[in-house]
Design a protein around this ligand. Structure first.
Ligand SMILES: NC(=O)c1ccc[n+]([C@@H]2O[C@H](COP(=O)([O-])OP(=O)(O)OC[C@H]3O[C@@H](n4cnc5c(N)ncnc54)[C@H](O)[C@@H]3O)[C@@H](O)[C@H]2O)c1
Ligand SMILES: [Fe+2]
Length: 403
């Protein structure tokens, strides 16, 4: 009885959120796309009157000199810059505070997030803290708690990916509790996003595959959830098709610019879908694998996705069948049942072909109750999942991920 009431409450809350996401005008970043498009960003920053930006990135990208051309073009355009390159994968509150200090010391007037989701999210929260120094990172957790607008913000994704270049979200870890949580606000959407496939050519195969499966998870969770709209459905289907057609090629042959371009676009579409229609249990569980064990976000999603789809295959059958058709792995002549099974098999085959395991090697039995609790606290009531999970079902699903 209590469980039925609870489920009713979740569904009501989700309907309110759906109405809100249709009414709220989501800003769409201006796009600079195509090979070499990063070279046009500095000019676009200059015309906005900015003189001194903070570039947030990570050490690996600096060592690989990925941001070099962009930094040169800042110089050419007379824009000063400071660099904060200490962002770690699954960035922490400490990363944010360090970057914020550099911004303040150097009197910066804008921020560029350059890298995968980790530097981009860290850059978003640095901006949020600069504009709202009275709010700690923890207090900004959740929806619409970034009260004042952040400094002008630009994104250059180097993975494809998180879609963070078009989402309201920034995900951060509190090292004191090992909890990973999201801050979501329209003010975190950048002014400009650069989709330059040349920056992704050196992305190693294992990161290409896992970040690409993150993008697929965004598309799938947004589509099978109950809050999809015509806009998010179209984006989710486009992303699925592009990922099915290009991810394994980008994994095998990283210098295929067309495959990289298509994956960059797929990531953007996936982000555009889930930022309005939400994610689901795959993300709720994956965030905890990241917070507790440092498992990379895309890897955790890739492993968990088939298990969650199996859990809700009946309820999400029609939607999975749509995605199978959109992804060109089946036709309308086949039954919904067959198509939905085919879709899950396709995910498993892609994982297998790209050497993604079926279990999480860090997972320990003793942590399962805590992970299940935190995952469900994250998902309920907001995530409009096709089938609501009990704590026992969540624990049972996580147990399947044990090595
Ligand atoms: N804000 C959002 O909407 C959103 C959505 C999904 C995930 N996320 C978050 O994003 C983070 C993960 O981001 P990610 O998956 O992009 O990984 P990441 O940013 O952590 O990068 C992973 C690794 O790839 C390297 N790398 C990145 N680009 C490279 C390139 N072009 N060449 C060579 N190496 C490169 C990085 O140096 C790093 O070591 C997680 O914290 C996750 O929770 C955010
Ligand atoms: Fe994600």
């Amino acid at each position: 009885m209590i469980w039925t009431l609870k489920k009713g409450f979740y569904r009501t809350q989700q309907r309110v959120m759906k109405t809100a996401s249709v009414i709220i005008p989501f800003p769409i970043p201006m796009l600079l796309s195509g090979p070499g498009s990063v070279n046009n960003l500095a000019e676009n920053i200059k015309v906005r009157g900015l003189k001194n930006v903070l570039v947030v990135t990570d050490k690996i990208l600096m060592d690989l000199k990925v941001p070099e051309g962009f930094l040169e073009s800042l110089k050419k355009n007379g824009i000063k810059y400071s660099i904060y390159d200490d962002v770690q994968p699954n960035p922490t509150i400490e990363n944010v505070e360090k970057g914020r200090t550099i911004y303040q010391k150097n009197n910066c007037d804008g921020i560029v997030g350059f890298g995968g989701g980790s530097p981009i999210d860290c850059a978003k929260i640095i901006g949020a803290r600069i504009a709202n120094p009275f709010m700690s990172v923890r207090r900004m957790k959740g929806l619409f708690r970034v009260f004042l607008p952040i400094p002008p913000f630009f994104c250059v994704p180097t993975t494809a990916g998180t879609g963070s270049e078009t989402t309201v979200a920034a995900v951060i870890t509190d090292p004191s509790t090992h909890e990973k949580f999201a801050i979501s606000d329209l003010k975190l959407i950048p002014k400009i996003a650069v989709l330059d496939p040349e920056l992704m050519v050196g992305l190693p195969p294992h990161i290409t595959s896992t970040t690409g499966m993150d993008a697929l998870t965004h598309a799938v969770e947004a589509y099978i959830g109950l809050n999809g709209t015509k806009f998010t459905d179209e984006n989710a289907k486009n992303a699925t098709k592009l990922i099915f057609e290009n991810l394994e090629e980008a994994y095998q042959n990283g210098s295929n610019i067309e495959a990289r371009s298509n994956m960059a676009l797929a990531s953007f579409y996936g982000g555009s879908a889930f930022t309005r229609a939400y994610v689901g249990y795959v993300h709720a569980i994956a965030h905890n694998m990241g917070g507790l064990y440092g498992v990379p976000h895309g890897l955790a999603n890739a492993i968990i996705l088939p298990y969650v789809l199996e859990f809700c295959r009946k309820e999400a059958g029609k939607k999975l069948a749509d995605l199978a058709v959109a992804g060109r792995i089946g036709t309308r002549k086949e039954s919904t049942e067959d198509l939905s099974v085919k879709f899950i098999e396709k995910v498993k085959t892609m994982n297998k072909n790209m050497k993604i395991p079926t279990v999480i090697k860090e997972l320990q039995e003793k942590d399962i109750p805590l992970i299940a609790k935190r995952a469900l606290d994250e998902a309920h009531p907001d995530y409009p999942v096709p089938k609501i999970m009990t704590h026992a079902e969540c624990e049972a699903l996580i147990r399947k991920l044990l090595p």
